[in-house]
Design a protein around this ligand. Structure first.
Ligand SMILES: [Zn+2]
Length: 146
């Protein structure tokens, strides 16, 4: 059996290229393991652990894209929308947990921390811009300060 390095799909040894990935090289199982690449049908049996959380689906998506780009297998799972959570935590809003295989834990946490900083910086920038705009529109036509 051979496996696509891009998507992890399994192929007969006679197959030369992945049907889904034009760039996808087919290698043997040993090579996949050495490179820490996920094999499609084994993905679900791996032990995924939580490495982070996201407060909204956009952030969750962003994290998933980021980790996938770094070839870290990732699952984003919505949590905490139940009424029990609302009672115990006082937080009725859903959140997403980001899960990766245990062996990718350290790398994933590092990547997420960096991405979180980026997102917060972008957000702070957006807030600053919004405030600026507000000040400008408020200032327009107002009498000069005494
Ligand atoms: Zn593929």
């Amino acid at each position: 059996m051979k496996y696509c390095v891009e998507c992890g799909s399994e192929y007969q040894d006679s197959v030369k290229a992945c049907a889904d990935c034009p760039e996808g090289q087919l290698v043997d199982k040993e090579t996949m393991r050495q490179q820490g690449l996920p094999i499609a049908h084994e993905k679900d049996t791996r032990e995924f652990i939580q490495v982070g959380t996201a407060e909204n689906p956009l952030t969750a998506e962003d994290y998933v894209r980021l980790l996938e780009a770094e070839r870290v297998p990732v699952i984003a799972r919505p949590r905490g929308s139940g009424s029990v959570d609302a009672l115990t935590t006082g937080n009725a809003l859903p959140w997403w947990e980001i899960l990766v295989p245990a062996e990718h834990r350290a790398r994933a946490i590092e990547l997420l921390a960096r991405e979180k900083d980026n997102l917060e910086a972008t957000e702070a920038e957006a807030i600053r811009a919004a405030e600026e705009e507000e000040r400008e529109s408020e200032g327009f036509g107002a009498p000069p300060p005494a």
